[in-house]
Design a protein around this ligand. Structure first.
Ligand code: ADP
Ligand code: TRP
Length: 311
């Protein structure tokens, strides 16, 4: 049995990329392992300053976790802000790494390049993520390919601490399913909340249809590559070969087939999700938060003693 840990920022509605990149692998592994699933609400503050939106996102992401099939009796579902040990440990890591090291982070560089405010939280983001993971002696972190570098940062934080204070943290591995490492969006680039190119995971069928119909196709070939790339997540190679042969050059038909395939995956989960009340979410987060906190506070006792603040 291994300790599994992953998190998603409470920064907007989840999309098909989040599902295939992070949630689906997590659900599959969660059953046989000791699993923790976090709502990264403090990470969301690096880009979100609207309290009502933060609260709504926390509730929605938790509902999404439950709707995709994560059982809160088995996996611990909690939110980051309920376990203050995360921010505490992140401070200790920030004191161990250098400014040039953090300046190399892709996520930071990309946001700065896009003209987003480079607040200090965004800069320190990888050290909060390292704390999330390392606090729980995590073995495996199922994430999309874009998070690979963040995992390297977490391993580096563990190594720096272990070097300075003695063996304390495990160095975690990422778990990226190669075939679906990056789900493309409607414009062919990585699907991302921040690029406005998403297919919503829990949208209505109309919303899914609208997103699929907006997939950019170039009229040069019989096979619309961007449609096909997303379709690969839903059908086998041979099913797709037959479908794309039958509807050669008929982009509209192929898009309609994709809408049906997405909807048949999403419809049962959407039904489960609609039945989840806000009070259920509050209860799940309360119980999960208490379970996570008892693990984290145990670990932090050791960490505090090692850095010398326990007198
Ligand atoms: P976004 O880029 O939309 O803001 P997040 O950064 O909140 O998404 O990602 C949450 C999780 O979903 C991470 O594990 C991330 O790697 C995964 N993920 C996000 N977008 C994709 C994608 N297009 N393909 C595969 N996995 C993805
Ligand atoms: N940085 C991750 C993302 O943007 C979210 C995240 C925060 C996370 N803490 C984590 C993922 C810990 C895995 C483990 O997607």
């Amino acid at each position: 049995m291994q300790r599994l840990f992953t998190g998603i920022q409470a920064s907007g509605a989840l999309h098909v990329g989040n599902y295939f990149g992070a949630l689906k692998p997590f659900v599959e592994l969660a059953r046989e392992n000791d699993s923790m699933l976090m709502v990264a609400d403090y990470h969301a503050l690096t880009s979100l300053r609207d309290p009502a939106a933060v609260r709504t996102n926390i509730i929605n992401v938790t509902k999404d976790y439950l709707a995709v099939g994560i059982d809160p009796a088995q996996a611990i579902i909690f939110k980051q802000s309920d376990v203050p040990e995360h921010t505490e440990l992140s401070w200790i890591f920030q004191c161990l790494v250098t400014v040039p090291f953090l300046q190399q982070a892709h996520a930071f560089k990309d946001k700065v390049a896009k003209g987003l405010e480079a607040n200090a939280g965004l800069f320190a983001y990888p050290m909060l993520m390292a704390a999330d993971i390392l606090l729980y002696d995590t073995d495996v972190v199922p994430v999309g390919a874009d998070q690979r570098q963040h995992l390297e940062y977490a391993r580096e934080a563990a190594a720096k601490f272990n070097n300075a204070y003695g063996q304390t943290f495990k160095e975690p591995k990422e778990k990226i399913l190669e075939m679906i490492a990056t789900v493309p969006g409607t414009d062919g680039k990585k699907m991302s909340k921040s690029y406005g190119n998403t297919i919503p995971l829990f949208g209505t069928k109309d919303e899914i249809a609208k997103a699929v119909m907006s997939i950019v196709t170039d009229s040069g070939s019989d096979k619309p590559e961007n449609v096909f790339a997303i379709h690969q997540l839903f059908k086998t190679e041979s099913e797709l070969a037959a479908l794309y042969e039958e509807h050669k050059g008929k982009y509209k038909n192929l898009k309609e087939a994709l809408i049906e395939d997405i909807d048949s995956l999403v419809a049962p989960m959407r039904e489960i999700r609609n039945a989840i009340a806000e009070s259920d979410v509050e209860q799940v987060l309360k119980e999960g938060g208490a379970r996570a906190r008892s693990r984290a506070s145990e670990k932090m006792k050791d960490v505090r003693a090692k850095v010398g603040v326990t007198i």
